[in-house]
Design a protein. Structure first.
Length: 202
């Protein structure tokens, strides 16, 4: 399906990104009921969760075996999360401050989420963004990840102990709307969308 002017306010059911006019989407049924729009970047995730693609047989596909593997910092926090590769290796983790460890954990959780692919896709069009990871005041352990371009910005709330550790919190079009406390750019985005905090690695 293609997004037209009359349907310009539709969003992806997985990453919650507003679908651009002219962008092709695929419709999936999460539980065998109503169909929802999924952007091209999130189609693999929908299939991994067993969502039924519109026009396919009604029997859902078998989800892939999503084995969780222990990250180097998992023992420090008593949790295990799924990720491709950690932001920092074990020797580096040993000498980081508590705040830097929190930044690394937030980055690893973001990198294991579908939002990584979302921002990587946007970066292909808009170029490299600015990024920050900031502790959320008054709430223990929660962090805010901000990814910003001149004409668009996204904020993600990272809650390590939550069942959904990363979720979209806010987004906007003007960088001036973003509070100055979130504009201390202390991270960067790799070409593949991986969030990398600015920490000393030697």
């Amino acid at each position: 399906m293609r997004v037209t002017r009359s349907a310009a306010t539709r969003t992806c059911a997985i990453c919650e990104r507003t679908l651009l006019m002219g962008e092709h989407t695929v419709r999936f049924s999460p539980g065998g009921g109503d169909y929802v729009d999924v952007c091209p970047l999130c189609q693999d995730i929908a299939l991994e969760h067993g969502w039924v693609r519109e026009g396919s047989p009604t029997t859902p596909t078998v989800p892939r075996d999503l084995r969780r593997r222990k990250l180097p910092w998992a023992g420090l926090f008593g949790t295990q999360r799924s990720a491709e590769a950690p932001v920092a290796a074990e020797p580096i983790l040993r000498r980081l401050s508590d705040l830097e460890l929190d930044l690394v954990e937030a980055a690893d959780l973001f990198n294991a989420s579908p939002y990584r692919r979302t921002v990587a896709g946007i970066a292909k069009s808009l170029g490299a963004p600015k990024a920050s990871i900031v502790p959320l005041s008054g709430v223990s352990g929660e962090m805010i990840v901000s990814v910003a371009w001149e004409i668009s910005w996204y904020q993600y709330r990272v809650s390590p102990d939550s069942a959904q550790p990363v979720r979209l919190a806010e987004r906007g079009h003007d960088l001036g709307e973003l509070e100055s406390s979130f504009q201390g750019w202390n991270a960067s985005l790799a070409d593949d969308g991986r969030l990398m905090p600015d920490i000393a690695r030697v």
